[in-house]
Write a protein that binds this ligand. Structure first.
Ligand SMILES: CC(C)(COP(=O)(O)OP(=O)(O)OC[C@H]1O[C@@H](n2cnc3c(N)ncnc32)[C@H](O)[C@@H]1OP(=O)(O)O)[C@@H](O)C(=O)NCCC(=O)NCCSC(=O)C(=O)O
Length: 473
């Protein structure tokens, strides 16, 4: 392994985001090693993990780099501090404008400057929009919200009856368990195993050796975190069928980034015939990954409890924004919004004109963000590790179970990592693979896992949105 593969810090910054990234991918590798009863078969390497955690940033569609955030999304000043708002989805933008009685971005700015951050947060959330006040770490930990988010393990695993199952360890533990760095020979640093940007499209893979071949995954997730989980399950050979509501179209580019190796169907769960068809699919499913707002799928009979009552062997993985017990358990949450609330935006804040930390009245300080959407990706890999762990548990006990994760709990895992002062080293620029798709020619980075020395690779481009039959492959 060369020096680049050994880098431990490549983004730098106040928190050990690299540790979160490596530890969460190592959790998947370790779960796979257990599942396949092949110690050391799966691992990750820093350059692979660094690239995968910025898969959207590396994605090119017909050579074009993609735009991450809508113009209205971002940090805004309030009467007493800062708030972060999210308006990438048209329905969230509409609700934001309604909440603030605004018609334009200038109206939004003016309205927010007239309100205290916590008042604006409450107003926007109560209209179904997405926002969180920028809090200090102390303010977050001192609130009922922060305390609820921090409760319990990173990945909470329970039986159908709600009894604790063997818990997945914490990110710091995975980081040190040997799955990082040791298996990188076929990774980027080892060279030769990836297609270069100019290489032909076919990604030939030994399908029968894929560890999750034959596993059926119903994917009820959107945007990044959940779809990252199911993207890696699909790359590992699972038959992943993603369902989306016809009334809430997905953002095309996020879908393209996370749709590799999956199939995609639109399915209105409120429609009786469609819902009955989905029940038939569930009768032979192995895994359900649910990533809607807390409680949103319950009215369709898709709560973990109901799913497990109908099919006791199922692995149900559920993620939300703010945790499964606190006052915000049903509130919408995106990575950037959780960063704002959980004290991350505050410690990443900068003032170009002053060395003093934190906001001062009239200063040019503004909050900042993690270098990548690490809460999304780490939560996604945690969900994948949980699914594989539950499948392994089912094999030995016959019983399914539930895994619960949240973006906010993952933020606590990031905070729990000790600060490290290793030198910040550049990791190798990832080689991009290429596949043609209905979205255009895709250049993309491969999954961050190494299987027996060779990087796990995507076999199929994302399908056209909603193009698949409501059936297992
Ligand atoms: C991602 C979201 C913020 C998106 O918010 P919304 O678009 O407003 O979606 P909601 O979850 O509120 O769900 C909207 C409604 O769709 C309904 N729904 C869902 N699926 C279906 C189907 N198949 N058919 C019919 N209706 C459906 C669901 O019951 C809700 O109904 P009603 O109850 O009637 O409204 C939220 O889903 C969420 O908080 N998810 C959990 C955390 C998460 O994954 N965050 C994003 C990570 S990516 C990220 O951070 C980033 O990109 O940045």
């Amino acid at each position: 392994m060369d020096g680049q593969a050994e880098a431990r810090r490549w983004w730098g910054g106040a928190l050990d985001v690299e540790g979160l990234a490596l530890g969460s991918v190592a959790a998947v590798a370790t779960a796979l090693n257990d599942f396949t009863e092949s110690p050391g078969r799966f691992g990750t390497a820093p350059a692979l993990t660094a690239a995968a955690f910025d898969s959207f940033g590396h994605l090119r569609i017909d050579g074009r780099k993609l735009q991450g955030f809508a113009p209205l999304s971002g940090f805004k000043q309030t009467a007493d501090g800062w708030i972060r708002i999210h308006a990438n989805y048209p329905h969230h933008e509409r609700r934001l404008l309604q909440a603030l009685n605004a018609q334009s971005a200038a109206d939004v700015d003016a309205a927010l400057r007239s309100l205290p951050a916590l008042v604006a947060e409450e107003l926007i959330q109560s209209h179904g929009g997405v926002a969180a006040a920028v809090r200090t770490r102390a303010a977050w930990l001192g609130s009922a919200l922060g305390q609820a988010a921090a409760r319990g393990p990173w990945v909470e695993l329970t039986t159908a009856a709600g009894d604790p199952l063997r818990n997945l360890a914490s990110v710091p533990r995975w980081l040190n368990d040997g799955a990082v760095g040791g298996a990188a020979d076929g990774g980027l640093a080892g060279g030769g195993s990836l297609l270069g940007a100019g290489a032909p499209a076919s990604n030939t893979v030994r399908a029968r050796e894929l560890p999750l071949a034959g596993i059926r995954v119903l994917d009820l997730t959107r945007v990044i975190a959940g779809p990252v989980a199911t993207r890696v399950l699909a790359a590992l050979g699972a038959d992943v069928l993603r369902l989306d509501p016809p009334a809430l179209p997905e953002m095309v580019e996020a879908f393209a980034d996370t749709g590799f190796d999956k199939r995609s169907a639109e399915a209105d769960l409120a429609d009786a015939t469609t819902s009955a068809r989905v029940r038939e699919l569930l009768a032979s499913a192995d895994v359900v990954v649910a990533g809607y707002r807390g409680g949103a799928l319950e009215r369709f009979g898709l709560s973990p409890e109901t799913l497990l009552a109908d099919r006791p062997g199922l692995a149900v993985v559920t993620l939300n924004g703010w945790g499964h017990t606190g006052p915000w358990r049903e509130v919408r949450g995106f990575d950037s919004i959780v960063q704002a609330a959980a004290g991350i935006a505050d410690v990443y804040g900068t003032d170009p004109e002053s060395d003093q930390a934190g906001p001062n009245p009239g200063s040019t300080w503004r909050p900042g963000a993690l270098p990548v959407q690490a809460l999304d990706h780490a939560t996604g890999y945690g969900c994948a590790a949980a699914a594989v762990t539950l499948l392994g548990n089912r094999r030995s006990t016959g019983a399914g179970g539930v895994a619960r994760l949240s973006l906010a709990r993952t933020a606590e895992e990031l905070w729990s990592l000790p600060s490290i002062d290793d030198e910040v080293l550049e990791v190798a620029s990832p080689l991009r693979s290429r596949l043609d798709s209905s979205f255009g020619a895709l250049e993309f980075v491969e999954p961050p896992l190494v299987d027996s020395g060779a990087q796990v690779r995507h076999r199929h481009a994302p399908p056209p949105y909603g193009s698949s039959a409501l059936a297992w492959a």
